[in-house]
Design a protein around this ligand. Structure first.
Ligand SMILES: CC(C)(COP(=O)(O)OP(=O)(O)OC[C@H]1O[C@@H](n2cnc3c(N)ncnc32)[C@H](O)[C@@H]1OP(=O)(O)O)[C@@H](O)C(=O)NCCC(=O)NCCS
Length: 159
C-alpha cells in the first residue's frame, strides 16, 4: 500500500542519500540539506512528502503551490528508491487526488528531462501532456535548478 505523509527533519538522511545516489543524481536536481529542511518546514509554500510503501519509506515528493503567480501546482521532484514496481505512479496518483480536492487548484505541471523516458511514461499514464507556454508566460514556469531548457520540457495536467 502506498501513502504520502509529511516529511520530517529526521527523514533528511533518507532523502539526501536517495537523491545523491548514482542511480538518481543525473535524473533530478540536487538540493542542499538546508533546501530540503526549508521545504520540510513548509517555507515559501513548499510541500515535502515521504512516499511510504507498506509503512516503509520508499521515496519522496516535493511540490510548490504556485497559484499566486498563476502557474498552478508545480511538482518539483518525485523520486523512489525501488523502481518499476508501481510505487512512483501510485504516489503521484495519490498526490493528485489530494491536490484536486483542494479549492482553487486548476492544474498541475512539472519539468522532465528529455532522456527520462520512464518518468515521462508515468506522467503520460496519469494524464500529463507536454506543453510549451508562450514566451510571455515562460517565466511563470521556470524551475530554478532544473536541467538547461534544451534538455527538458514541461508537462501539465488539468483538473
Ligand atoms: C520516475 C519514478 C518516480 C517513477 O516511479 P517508478 O515506481 O519507478 O514507476 P512505476 O513503476 O510506477 O512506472 C514506471 C512506468 O514506466 C515504464 N517505463 C520504464 N522504463 C521505460 C522506458 N525506458 N520507456 C518507456 N516507459 C518506461 C514502465 O513500463 C511503467 O509503466 P507501466 O506501469 O505502464 O508498465 C522513478 O523511476 C524514479 O524515482 N526515477 C528516478 C528519479 C526521476 O527520474 N524522477 C522524475 C524526475 S522528472
Amino acid at each position: 500500500m502506498i501513502r504520502l505523509r509529511p516529511s520530517r527533519r529526521d527523514d533528511l538522511p533518507f532523502i539526501t542519500t536517495l537523491e545523491r545516489h548514482p542511480d538518481n543524481r543525473d535524473l533530478i536536481g540536487q538540493w542542499t540539506d538546508g533546501e530540503h529542511l526549508s521545504a520540510i518546514a513548509g517555507e515559501n509554500g513548499r510541500e515535502h512528502w515521504i512516499v511510504e510503501r507498506d509503512g516503509e519509506r520508499a521515496g519522496y515528493l516535493i511540490a510548490y503551490d504556485c497559484r499566486p503567480s498563476g502557474a498552478g501546482i508545480y511538482v518539483k521532484r518525485i523520486l523512489v528508491g525501488d523502481k518499476e514496481r508501481g510505487t512512483g505512479s501510485a504516489a503521484l496518483r495519490e498526490f493528485l487526488a489530494n491536490l484536486f480536492a483542494r479549492p482553487g487548484v486548476a492544474f498541475v505541471w512539472l519539468i522532465v528531462r528529455n532522456e527520462n523516458a520512464r518518468a515521462q511514461a508515468v506522467y503520460r499514464k496519469l494524464g500529463f501532456t507536454r506543453f510549451d507556454p508562450p514566451p510571455a508566460d515562460e517565466r511563470l514556469y521556470e524551475g530554478i535548478d532544473d536541467a538547461p531548457a534544451d534538455r527538458c520540457f514541461r508537462m501539465k495536467k488539468l483538473v
